[in-house]
Every structure is written in structure tokens, then in C-alpha cells.
Design a protein around this ligand. Structure first.
Ligand SMILES: [Zn+2]
Length: 118
């Protein structure tokens, strides 16, 4: 398993209640979301209704236990401070640029590198 930090793409991505992909406790997603994935990048969500978002408590525990493997809570908090807004201001704004190189670049850069959060 790996955990990837990704900015919310549209406003609907955050403030949403989801069960944590690790501990199953419901929590509210924020402007940066930690997604649990297989090492091949597949979602770990058991139910396609939900993403594989991981709650802050699990980020804290896993990051403290294996900081070589998982993002730490400090990195997550830095990401939240740095990226308080979604990539696109609205779903309509995202739809307007869909399929363009700019949209692809914005999508790729929504994945945050841990090195950039130190
Ligand atoms: Zn959890």
C-alpha cells in the first residue's frame, strides 16, 4: 500500500464525509486528500461510492510508524496550509478546460511530492 497526497480538484472534493480507507471511521475530507492506493496506483476503496481517502488520525499513525514509506502528519498539515483551495474553482471551470494540455498539467501537479512539503 502507498498513500498519495493530492489536492482536491473541485470544491465538491472537500467537505465531503467518507469512511477512512484504513480504519473505516467517517471523516470530512479537506483541501488536500491522502489517498490509499496499491503500489501500482489502484484505489483501495472497498466501495466504489467512496474514494480511498485516509483520515488524519491514520496519516499520523502510519507516518509516525513508517516515515520512510508514508507521508507524515507534518507534511499533510503543510500541504493543507499551502493548498487551501481546490485546483479548479468549480466543476464548471474544470469541465471548461477538460481534455486540454493545461488541464492535464493541472491534474498531474495536483499530486504533491513529499519532498516539496519538507
Ligand atoms: Zn483512518
Amino acid at each position: 500500500m502507498k498513500i498519495e497526497l493530492q489536492r482536491a480538484l473541485v470544491p465538491e472534493d472537500f467537505g465531503r464525509e467518507e469512511p477512512c480507507a484504513v480504519c473505516e471511521t467517517p471523516f470530512i475530507t479537506e483541501s488536500v486528500i491522502a489517498y490509499a492506493k496499491t503500489d501500482y496506483g489502484m484505489s483501495l476503496a472497498d466501495d466504489s461510492k467512496y474514494t480511498s481517502a485516509v483520515c488524519p488520525e491514520c496519516i499520523e499513525v502510519l507516518g509516525a510508524h513508517r516515515p520512510d514509506k508514508f507521508p507524515t502528519i507534518a507534511e499533510y498539515r503543510t500541504a493543507l496550509r499551502r493548498y487551501p483551495e481546490p485546483v479548479w474553482a468549480s466543476a464548471a471551470a474544470a469541465a471548461a478546460v477538460e481534455g486540454t494540455d493545461a488541464a492535464e498539467d493541472a491534474y498531474q501537479s495536483s499530486f504533491l511530492s513529499r519532498a516539496g512539503l519538507k
